[in-house]
Design a protein around this ligand. Structure first.
Ligand code: AMP
Length: 420
């Protein structure tokens, strides 16, 4: 079925052609007509399914068909969990709306950056606002934006927003919206909390469910390399160099682990940058831009930070550690094999992760092939973990006393090797 049968206007069809899309993805062919008709929608879909265009295109269509008042109150509000996702949705809105006349105004607001420039940008009014919940409430409290004209509310990655503790903010925001409005909710998973949220929110929603792209996709080759924990960094360097990978996304479970790995890669001249919640927005953006431009070879990310990273045709994703939640494995490998291209998802699995690997296989209902790398084979049993340095009570330091340079360095080095 071509896009032209879905009921979208010509300027939007031109933007779709510009983007190079020929056929709607399953979520798009179901969501676009439902949203155009003004229905509420409950969609089970994750990143990689084309869901962003699935809600952005019909929203742009509806807005552009109506006249607007000159003070341009927010008519469409899109809530998302992370800054990256917010920024990407903002880009999609601009991209798909490029040929509309008159142009619709959109803004993206998120926390972690100064609020004043955002307040200035909202002054002239905007038709579409993409926001993370906390910052939006701050802006409302400072009278920088009003939400009493919102016609459509979109909750994107609702499960993530709840995971990140945004439920109270979301409820506060919903209370500020007009009662009569269209609601669209997108979520990869449906916990009890999501169900509770949808019950009060959605009215006779059209329910849409699409297969997570990569669990069904044969385009992603999945392999687990069995290795010893202490050798993971070495193995990663070996794989990157041996295969001459130029663009690799590597997942770690902790921010600290991401920093440590990034440092080690840079030390052996593999240009790497980390992207996680403790990094400033500027640092995240420059890491992502550098990675997309090919200046940074390895982007090391934690799960939350990686949500919403949209990089087309990413050839290699490496799980340096398996995720704590098996579902995150699916999100992670969803970064490769996109838009019909083949991709490779590699997991470095140490002895303590064998169970996690089995849980992932149970979730994706597929066996992941296990391989050994010559020269880095996993030993039959887990090698003993070097003893941790003694953790006695910290020697008390007077408040203004400087830390002795090199203090405890030996102990830290030892710990580093143990945790490498
Ligand atoms: P999303 O699930 O919204 O994050 O989209 C995933 C990726 O698919 C993005 O890079 C989009 O640009 C791309 N995409 C969206 N719709 C289509 C389509 N109909 N055909 C090809 N690629 C698409």
């Amino acid at each position: 079925m071509p896009f032209s049968t879905l009921g979208l206007s010509d300027p939007l069809l031109r933007a779709i052609a510009d983007a190079g899309y020929t056929t709607p993805s399953p979520i798009q062919s179901q969501a676009i007509p439902a949203v155009l008709k003004g229905h509420d929608v409950l969609a089970a879909a994750q990143t990689g399914t084309g869901k962003t265009a699935g809600f952005t295109l019909p929203i742009l269509h509806r807005l552009s068909q109506k006249s607007y008042s000159t003070n341009r109150p927010v008519r469409v509000l899109i809530l998302t969990p992370t800054r990256e996702l917010a920024a990407q949705i903002g880009e999609s809105v601009s991209k798909y709306g490029a040929h509309l006349h008159p142009r619709l105004k959109s803004e993206v607001v998120f926390g972690g950056v100064k609020i004043n420039p955002q307040m200035m940008r909202l002054r002239g009014g905007v038709d579409i606002l993409v926001a993370t919940p906390g910052r939006l409430l701050d802006l409302v409290n400072q009278n920088a934006v009003k939400l009493n004209n919102v016609e459509t509310l979109i909750l994107d990655e609702a499960d993530r927003m709840l995971d990140m503790g945004f439920i109270r903010d979301i409820r506060k925001i919903i209370a500020l919206l007009p009662k009569k409005r269209q609601n669209l909710l997108f979520s990869a998973t449906f916990s009890e909390d999501i169900r509770k949220l949808t019950t009060g929110l959605l009215v006779n929603p059209v329910k849409i469910e699409v297969a997570p792209r990569n669990t069904a996709s044969e385009l992603v080759e999945q392999v687990a390399y069995l290795v010893n924990k202490a050798q993971k960094t070495e193995v990663l360097c070996h794989l990157i160099k041996q295969n001459n990978w130029q663009q690799v996304l590597v997942f770690t479970t902790t921010k600290h682990g991401a920093n440590r790995l990034t440092e080690k890669l840079n030390k052996v001249d593999i240009k790497a940058a980390a992207i996680h919640g403790n990094k400033s927005q500027g640092a995240r953006t420059s890491a992502l831009t550098g990675f997309k431009a090919g200046e940074i070879r390895v982007l090391v990310a934690t799960d939350v930070a990686a949500r919403g990273i949209d990089i087309n045709l990413l050839p290699h994703v490496v799980n340096f550690e398996l995720p704590r939640a098996a579902e995150d494995y699916v999100h992670r490998i969803g970064r490769t094999g996109r838009a019909g291209e083949e991709g490779q998802a590699i997991s470095l699995v140490s002895h303590d992760e064998y169970n996690a690997l089995r849980l992932v296989e149970k979730l994706i209902k597929k066996e992941i092939k296990r391989e050994q790398i010559a020269g880095f084979e996993a030993s039959a049993v887990a090698p003993p973990v070097p003893a941790e340095p003694p953790r006695g009570p910290r020697p008390s330091r007077k408040p203004n006393q400087a830390r002795k340079p090199g203090a405890n360095q030996a102990a830290r080095n030892k710990l580093k090797t143990a945790n490498a």
